[in-house]
Ligand binder design. Structure first.
Ligand SMILES: C[S@@+](CC[C@H](N)C(=O)[O-])C[C@H]1O[C@@H](n2cnc3c(N)ncnc32)[C@H](O)[C@@H]1O
Ligand code: SF4
Length: 378
């Protein structure tokens, strides 16, 4: 396919065709100078990067591309969830424009999440569109967090679109437990997806939520399994997000306890692989692999926060653990130019709070934040 340097609409058409036909995006990407000029043209460069009131530069955007999911994990959703009407959801083209606006303002890392990002119809078109920013140098990394159910189908296309590393959520290697945790998921399908992703050359980080009396006996086997396949493993504390129909206190397992127990079997050496994110990493001497701990409750990670989140309706959350939000859909749809959008983003970043207030104890039975993780995107 010939290099297409025409209008945005023409490029979009090319990407749509390439996504449908499985064509190579490399052939239709924008020339780097095109993008630089486009950013300057719409005033983004003149506005500069996004710095919050505490001096933190916002370089990481997570976008929930859908609130829907083919699983119903017990800590994430109630079994009978009601989802947003389609009209409220940004189109793939709008999501591309929104992400591109953040990239123009200094975002260097973009993660698509959900809900389950790979169940959104036509999702490869969005990956393919966004990959032009990797080629132009506007973006360092384009990635996703997935439950793995559709990975077998998409692994090769993701790799072809420039994705190099992905996060796959997997809390157990026991098929029955897996079904009990996810309610609707199949372990075999996820494992086949992981195999396909590794075969396609994607690096994988496994995320496992630590659940009291559910998977706490499995961490050694998860470590051996993940590290044996060259994958990192990160353990996550349950966060109090959204009503889920059962008590958080019953699920909550402090990772400080998990780490102390692991130290009885393994030598864990602290390493300073900070990503600006909440994970703290150790090297497991016996396996040589990396193990991360995300501990929002036992250790607050906010001081180095470099990220914001946008939902599939275009709502910008400056903090995962706070209710304050800004509507970006309105300015996005109000005008084809990005001025209103940039102004709304600037105003919102100016309100980014210092940190969250998560607490899980017997006096706090209600969620700290009413929306589910599947809305904001994990
Ligand atoms: C909301 S999911 C979205 C992406 C995809 N569906 C998946 O499961 O990877 C992102 C991550 O959030 C985690 N998660 C969901 N609800 C959570 C909660 N209440 N506390 C901690 N982690 C949670 C999931 O385990 C998953 O790793
Ligand atoms: S954690 Fe991910 S896979 Fe599980 S229900 Fe939530 S969005 Fe779906």
């Amino acid at each position: 396919m010939a290099l297409n340097c025409g209008s945005f609409a023409e490029r979009l058409d090319s990407v749509k065709q390439a996504s449908n036909s499985g064509g190579l995006l490399r052939d239709i990407l924008l020339k780097p100078m095109d993008r630089v000029q486009a950013f300057e043209f719409d005033g983004a460069a003149a506005r500069g990067g996004l710095i919050d009131p505490f001096g933190r530069a916002i370089s990481y955007l997570r976008v929930s591309v859908t609130d829907r999911c083919d699983f119903r994990c017990v800590y994430c959703m109630a079994e009978n969830m009601s989802f947003l009407p389609k009209a409220e959801i940004l189109t793939l083209e709008e999501l591309d424009r929104l992400c591109s606006a953040f990239i123009a303002r200094g975002v260097r890392k973009l993660r698509l999440t959900g809900g389950e990002p790979l169940v959104r119809r036509g999702i490869m078109m969005l990956f393919n569109l966004l990959s032009r920013h990797l080629h132009s140098g506007g973006l360092d990394e384009l990635t996703l967090t997935t439950n793995g159910s559709q990975l077998e189908k998409y692994a090769r296309d993701l790799r072809a679109a420039g994705i190099r590393r992905i996060n796959v959520s997997l809390d157990t290697l026991d098929a029955e437990k897996f079904r009990a945790i996810t309610r609707w998921g199949s372990l075999d399908r996820v494992l086949a997806g992981i195999d396909a992703a590794l075969a396609a050359g994607l690096k994988i980080k496994i995320n496992a939520v630590a659940l009291k009396d559910v998977n706490d006996d499995e961490f050694p086997s998860l470590i051996e399994w993940a590290h044996g396949r060259g994958m990192d493993l990160t353990l996550i504390e349950v966060m109090p997000l959204g009503e889920i129909g059962e008590g958080r206190l019953d699920q909550y397992l402090p990772l400080s306890l998990v780490r102390a127990r692991l130290c009885e079997h393994y030598r864990l050496k602290d390493i300073d692989d900070r990503t600006g994110g909440p994970a703290r990493y150790v090297r497991v001497a016996e396996t040589g692999g990396r193990l991360g701990f995300i501990t929002p409750l036992t250790h607050n990670f906010c001081e180095s926060c470099n990220r914001v989140r946008v939902t599939c309706t275009g709502t910008l959350y400056m903090c995962l653990g706070q209710e304050d939000a800004a509507d970006l859909r309105k300015p996005l749809r109000a005008s084809e130019a990005n001025d209103l959008l940039y102004a709304a983003i600037d105003e919102a970043i100016g309100r980014k709070p210092k940190g969250h207030d998560f607490i899980i104890d017997r006096r706090h039975r209600r969620p700290a934040v009413a929306r589910h993780m599947s809305v904001t995107g994990g």
